[in-house]
Design a protein around this ligand. Structure first.
Ligand SMILES: [Zn+2]
Length: 314
């Protein structure tokens, strides 16, 4: 009986006590004068972080993150599928996603070919045409993705910096990192970059096996697609073939040409290490502006937001 009691106490000491003690230490830390003083010292840094966070959700909701669609299942919503078999317990583990526009249902051969030659198959089966309007769409997608990627990574840098300047005890970071940010006043809005993702999928007749090729349109893939489309268009001697392509390389060139400084307010990366800079079309694409270096400029996020809010919604 005594042995049992001892075991019980030991188990309690190892399971219940540590979290309880940790919780007390945590409350003490967040109420400590040291923490409150540090928190007050960086109020303006936190405020600016939260402004960038709000801006990030704003550009997330305005961006375009779609391109092309598969024709398989374009009318699948008009029917309903039911497995009426009595012996379906091992069947239908894989059900073909006919309704999804980003899934192309096809033969195993096409799945394999798509993994060997992704851009060619993406264009063919998701109806991405090699013409100028499509090229402009892909460039716009690339800009939305890159802009959001930059904003999200800017937020992460700011958060790392805030954590570093307060330098909380290790147990806080390990067990209460979100709570720490909330106490500091940081709005954590976990925004993910919605990369368009496409699947070539083969599902066997019985549904027992399935294989797929996945293509994610991240900046690298989008830039490759822009190159391929432009090659095809250039081959046809069209006007778009002559202009610069809106790729990561061009955006980097514009920022360095402008010395990583805002063309409106002159604030620079040298003066503010966490400055979020964006590449803007002087005359917007919607108004016929081209992605040429003379129509592109570096703006800080604040000036860019002010500029886009003045323009009528197109
Ligand atoms: Zn500015």
């Amino acid at each position: 009986m005594e042995i049992l009691l001892t075991i019980l106490l030991v188990v309690l000491a190892f399971t219940v006590l540590p979290p309880a003690i940790r919780s007390i230490r945590k409350r003490r830390y967040f109420a400590s004068e040291e923490f409150l003083a540090q928190k007050n010292a960086i109020t303006s840094v936190v405020t600016e972080h939260n402004e960038v966070a709000a801006y990030t959700s704003e550009i997330r909701s305005h961006g375009s993150y779609r391109l092309g669609a598969s024709s398989t299942g374009a009318q699948a919503h008009l029917a309903s599928f039911q497995n009426t078999s009595n012996y379906n317990y091992r069947r239908d583990r894989n059900v073909a996603a006919y309704n999804a526009p980003n899934v192309h249902n096809c033969s195993l051969q096409v799945v394999r070919n798509a993994s060997a030659d992704p851009l060619k198959y993406l264009m063919k089966y998701f109806n991405i045409k090699s013409d100028e309007p499509t090229l402009a769409d892909v460039e716009r997608l690339g800009e939305s993705i890159a802009r959001l990627e930059d904003a999200v990574s800017n937020l992460h840098q700011r958060e790392a910096d805030i954590t570093k300047s307060i330098n909380p005890p290790a147990f806080i970071l390990k067990h209460y990192s979100d709570e720490f940010m909330a106490h500091v006043g940081v709005d954590l809005s976990p925004i993910n970059v919605p990369y368009p993702t496409y699947f070539f999928e083969y599902v066997s007749a019985g549904g027992n096996s399935s294989q797929r090729t996945k293509i994610v349109l991240d900046t690298r893939t989008i830039d490759a697609l822009i190159e391929v489309l432009s090659q095809k268009i250039r081959f046809r001697k069209s006007a778009a073939g002559q202009r610069a392509l809106m790729t990561a390389r061009l955006r980097t060139f514009i920022k360095s040409r402008d010395n990583h400084a805002c063309r409106y307010c002159s604030v620079s990366l040298a003066a503010e290490p966490h400055l979020l800079l964006e590449v803007d079309h002087v005359i917007p694409v919607s108004k016929g502006g081209l992605s040429t270096p003379d129509n592109l400029q570096t703006l800080c996020w604040k000036c860019n937001r002010r500029k886009s809010n003045k323009l009528p919604v197109v």
